[in-house]
Ligand binder design. Structure first.
Ligand SMILES: [Zn+2]
Length: 153
């Protein structure tokens, strides 16, 4: 059974709290729906901290191995996923815009408007979904022989 802690993101960051564990991919409803072929463990960690500029942050780390469907041959393909993203917390849109400009120019960082509670499991789900390839495909020429070939157009 997946835990779904809801926390005050700012307090979580200021108290340097960490939430980590291992779950089954299928325990995440949105992942189970988006990735029907995937099963197995997913390791997750959400770490709260305050950066050197006193900005509250949550760092999300995920490690798992997904099974995606190749859009060329419709066969399954393994997709190891390991990601780490930093989310800067903002109280509202104005602050989010400022943080966006000064703190989140990197592709591994983004700004999260967190007025009230933050659902940590949803953060993990969001990051996995964002980390998926737009069109999963085996490497060129690597589709298993004998698999049906579909025209992408
Ligand atoms: Zn393929």
């Amino acid at each position: 059974m997946l835990q779904r802690p809801s926390v005050d993101g700012f307090r979580f960051a200021q108290a340097s709290q960490t939430w980590r564990g291992t779950a089954d991919i299928r325990d995440y409803a949105r992942l189970a729906e988006a990735l029907p072929e995937s099963r197995g463990p997913i390791m997750y960690q959400v770490r709260g901290f305050v950066d050197s500029e006193w900005r509250p942050c949550l760092e999300v780390e995920v490690e798992t191995a997904l099974t995606l469907v190749c859009q060329r041959c419709l066969g399954n393909m393994q997709w190891p996923l390991k990601l780490r993203r930093r989310l800067y917390l903002a109280h509202g849109e104005d602050e989010a815009e400022r943080l966006e400009a000064e703190a989140a120019p990197s592709p591994d960082a983004e700004v999260l408007v967190a007025g009230g509670v933050v659902d940590l499991a949803a953060l993990v789900e969001d990051e996995v979904l964002l980390g998926l390839p737009l069109i999963p495909r085996h490497e060129e020429g690597q589709c298993p022989a004998g698999a049906p070939v579909t025209d992408l157009n």
